[in-house]
Design a protein around this ligand. Structure first.
Ligand code: ATP
Length: 236
């Protein structure tokens, strides 16, 4: 069953069409990746899904509803969480306070505490640093906070924008391990990545975006084996 169904989505910034009529879907429980070069329109697509950017045309059905019927400030309440490019942690808040911000719309205190412990289980590094100001964490640690915070909202659909950006290879490996673990917990995810190889390796399906259009789609395995993908995105 599709949790997200996007049809003929179009987005423009002034006169520039950044997304030119794309179709894609994400099934319940799936991890799907969107790969593409810089400026292909991936971030714009994610922003449109959470109401940060207005669409110019097409439709987005999320969890059986037309997403246009959801107010932008209500997406989190409807289970749509995004970890933005650049992470967006609250620099002046501690790790633990950042996690609590993710649970802003919840009032099940005991469950929130359970979820915080679960996040600390996934990221022991954060447990050690729970009282540290997030702004003083390393890039990898901030990525962990951003992912943990998103998980605290108990998302039905988690959107991750370039989680590996700017991180050292060893930390990138760790972040992908965590993506795998979060997926194994049953969270549906849409992953946008420059690191196409790692992204496709953890995903079930993928889409390739070029200049605002989806030019290829399929099983992640098939895309990994595809010659065009290998040449253009896997550096081969
Ligand atoms: P990257 O990997 O570099 O982040 P992307 O695939 O996420 O690339 P987008 O950020 O979605 O690409 O950008 C798509 C196009 O829209 C680009 O040409 C970009 O310059 C343009 N664009 C993005 N945001 C804006 C904006 N706020 N105003 C005007 N143009 C924008």
């Amino acid at each position: 069953m599709s949790l997200l169904e996007v049809k003929n989505l179009q987005v423009a910034y002034g006169g520039i069409q950044a997304v030119k009529g794309i179709d894609f879907h994400i099934n319940q429980g799936e991890l799907v990746t969107l790969i593409g070069a810089n400026g292909a329109g991936k971030t714009t697509t994610l922003k449109t899904l959470v109401g940060m950017v207005k669409k110019a045309g097409g439709s987005i059905d999320y969890d059986g509803k037309d997403s246009a019927s959801i107010a932008p400030h209500d997406f989190v309440r409807h289970g749509l969480a995004m970890v933005p490019e650049g992470r967006g942690v609250f620099a002046k808040l501690t790790v633990e306070e950042n996690l609590h911000m993710g649970a802003f719309y919840r009032n099940d205190k005991a469950e929130i505490q359970n979820d915080i412990e679960r996040v600390y289980g996934l990221f022991p590094r954060l447990k050690e640093r729970q009282k540290q100001l997030a702004g003083t964490l390393s890039g990898g640690e901030q990525q962990m906070v951003a992912m943990g915070r998103a998980m605290l909202s108990r998302p039905k659909l988690l959107l991750l924008d370039e989680p590996s950006m700017g991180l050292a290879p060893i930390i990138v490996q760790k972040i992908f391990e965590i993506i795998r673990m979060v997926a194994a917990e049953g969270v549906t995810m849409l992953l946008v990545e420059q690191n196409a190889k790692l992204a496709l390796e953890v995903s079930q399906r993928g889409y390739v975006m070029e200049s605002g259009k989806i030019t290829m789609s399929g099983n992640a395995r098939d895309l990994l084996d595809d010659e065009r993908v290998r040449n253009a995105y896997l550096g081969e």
